[in-house]
Design a binder for this molecule. Structure first.
Ligand code: FES
Length: 106
């Protein structure tokens, strides 16, 4: 019978303590070294942006900083690639709508 193993188990890693970020005001657990996208995925959040035309949901696609599908507003800064931004304690991630500047008045 196969037992559940995590990547940390496989390499013998001992990550530092988990911390919390938020997504649209709800708490999301994160581990040191996780990207914002990875933390959101682990919490079951798959979409955190809507497209400029049509308002269709988007989240991470390539995971390597090439497609820009994962753009998010992080700590009030829009257009951050969530797959490249390391999660930090207290980060506030909010759904980005359109070009991400609507809330900034520009
Ligand atoms: S998922 Fe493609 S740039 Fe982040």
């Amino acid at each position: 019978m196969a037992r559940d193993r995590t990547p940390a188990d496989l390499v013998g890693a001992a990550p530092d303590a988990a911390f919390e970020i938020s997504f649209d005001g709800r708490p999301v657990p994160a581990l040191p070294g996780q990207s914002v996208a990875a933390a959101l995925w682990a919490a079951g959040v798959l979409a955190w942006r809507t497209t400029r035309v049509g308002g269709r949901p988007r989240g991470a696609f390539c995971g390597i900083g090439q497609c820009h599908d994962c753009l998010a507003t992080i700590n009030s800064r829009p257009n951050r690639r969530a797959c490249l931004v390391p999660a930090r304690p207290g980060d506030a991630v909010t759904t980005q709508e359109g070009h991400g500047h609507a809330g900034l008045g520009v």
